[in-house]
Design a protein around this ligand. Sequence first.
Ligand code: HEC
Length: 225
Amino acid sequence: MGSTRDARRAGIAAASSVVDGIRTGIRQKVSRRVQAALYTALMTSTREQSMWRRFLSGVAVAVAITAAAFVVRGAQGQEPQPLSASDIADGMRLYQQKGNCQACHGWAGDGRKTDSQMPDGANLRDTKLNRSGLVMTIKCGRLNSQMPAFDKFAYTDGRCYGKTQADLKSYATRMPDPPATLQQREIDLIADFLIAKIVGKGPMDRAKCVEFWGSETDACKEFPK
Ligand code: HEC
């Protein structure tokens, strides 16, 4: 009987740690009455029940509680995550430095490139692309244009428009090499920065410039007060 008791104890311990997790972590999400009922069902198994039935009911309650916790967590996972200021700052830094997007698109994304030797980039403030369109364009570049592909494997396995390196030769305008390749996470951060600070924000002016940089920088002097 000792092993049965141990197994039962383990089952109840597992169940009550889940209960504790629910009680502390997602207290507001699971109604208190449901919580109380489950807890009572677990803790007050009657004397007449065999060890095994008590063990199995403990396991069943643990499974039910875990399933409930997953449902709650799944529902939370679908809510859009608010962007943190530090993610946006990271995206801005990647846009300016590693991606050097500003060389062709300008620091404000308005198409006033910072490097006169570079091709004229699109005005990203006016783009009609949504977030996934932005991500796709950054990863794959734009065929037959001077917008480079930043995904290292863009034209190796057909992931971009179903094309490979060999197919690219048929276009009149050759896509330039990117200043650096970017990880998916970096591309996501740039897309989030673009949406937060560039896309649909209208032409740059003094107030927007100060807001963009966080202070009256030299870059803002060109805009009248
Ligand atoms: C070498 C210059 C160059 C660099 C560097 C560059 N781009 Fe581009 N980009 C272009 C050009 C040129 C176009 C216009 C392509 C076309 O003709 O459709 C473009 C188009 C785009 C578009 C599509 C806009 C639209 O509305 O269709 C997005 C988005 C974009 N670039 C984002 C970026 C981002 C983000 C970076 C940095 C990670 C970057 N670009 C780096 C040259 C560049």
